[in-house]
Design a protein around this ligand. Structure first.
Ligand code: HEM
Ligand code: HEM
Length: 289
């Protein structure tokens, strides 16, 4: 997938989530804002209550999206013969899309009323989504091929060296101070999880300030703005890879722990959701069928 098409793909997915959320909020604002005791008399009650045509439908469609998002990704990831059906990176993006849109629909299905044992399923869903966001961050810290395979340290270093060579070629001769700036950075020798996490913000801030300074210095040295922008892109890439190399071991360890924490919440959510569906069916709620 070309970079521009990938941008369009991600942009479309994000727009769908934003538009659906905006529509559901706007459409049901007055109903969801009414107190639980008075909702019964609200004109939209029949439609938007969890067993109403729209409320119930949101629960069913939202749950289906989550199931497709979870099992689609798991099957694609484990089944090598599906290697030709899109690369894993895009499937993970689709997993995130379906598993964000689905929970939003389920949220509107509950009509913001979290009662009974099914609320455990709801809060587990919230926990999985929240941990998903953290997991996505850690996942991004571990360099991979587009097929999702983790790169070895040597491959990452080779990658970085390639970028460094391009930067050296592109930098003008009178740019000693820029070279010094590029090399200067605070690096902790303590590679514990605690120190790495607490240093995240500081190193991000340090890199941001450094890039700002380099941008200013380059303005007086390279007139061609296209060349300057390309060079800054390369510098950003190099700085990011260096940080990833620094944190690689910790992030790999964190990702293993993350998997152990993420899965149980997903299982609790799915099991209680199945019980909830059986209970509602046995009470005779049939939606439109
Ligand atoms: C993760 C998925 C789901 C969650 C977290 C969830 C959560 C909830 C919650 C919190 C309520 C309100 C309970 C109350 O009134 O106090 C509810 C009601 C309801 N849900 Fe779900 N739900 C999910 C999926 C589904 C699905 C797939 C169906 C249908 C097949 C469904 C059918 C219903 C019905 C019919 C009601 C109304 C029950 C009543 O008024 O007594 N739900 N759900
Ligand atoms: C109800 C919502 C969600 C459920 C039930 C869910 C479930 C799962 C499950 C079961 C896995 C393990 C897949 C495997 O190892 O094969 C997984 C992986 C993952 N999920 Fe989710 N997820 C949800 C939402 C999210 C969200 C919102 C994000 C990001 C913002 C996210 C990011 C990830 C990441 C990064 C992985 C790791 C992929 C890998 O190791 O290959 N998830 N999810």
């Amino acid at each position: 997938m070309k970079a521009s098409i990938h941008k369009l793909y991600v942009g479309t997915l994000v727009s769908i989530v934003v538009l659906v959320t905006a529509y559901l909020s706007y459409h049901g604002f007055s109903y969801y804002n009414t107190s639980l005791e008075e909702r019964f008399y609200h004109p939209a009650h029949k439609m938007l209550k969890p067993s109403g045509v729209m409320g119930h439908g949101l629960g069913i469609v939202g749950t289906l999206l989550i199931l497709i998002g979870v099992f689609g990704y798991m099957i694609r990831k484990r089944n090598k013969s599906l290697g030709r059906v899109g690369v894993l990176k895009y499937w993970l993006e689709f997993h995130i899309f379906l598993c964000t849109l689905g929970p939003i629909m389920v949220l509107f299905h509950t009509a913001f009323k979290f009662g009974g044992i099914v609320s455990l399923s709801f809060w587990s869903m919230v926990a999985v989504v929240a941990s998903g966001i953290i997991g996505r961050f850690i996942y991004n810290q571990i360099p991979r091929t587009i097929q999702g395979r983790e790169l070895s340290l040597q491959e990452i270093r080779d990658n970085k060296n390639e970028i460094s060579e391009k930067i050296a070629e592109a930098l003008p001769d009178n740019a000693k101070e820029i070279e010094e700036l590029i090399r200067a950075r605070t690096k902790s020798d303590d590679n514990s999880i605690k120190t790495t996490i607490s240093n995240l913000w500081n190193s991000w801030n340090e890199d941001r300030i450094k890039i700002g300074k380099i941008k200013n210095l380059l303005k007086s040295k390279i007139n061609n703005s296209k060349v300057r922008i390309e060079l800054i892109k390369l510098l950003k890439k190099e700085i990011a890879i260096e940080r990833r190399i620094e944190r690689l071991k910790v992030m790999q360890q964190l990702f293993r722990y993350w998997h152990i924490a993420h899965l149980p919440f997903a299982i609790i959510m799915l099991v209680i959701m199945v019980v909830h569906v059986i209970v509602t069916l046995s009470f005779g709620y049939k939606w439109i069928f």
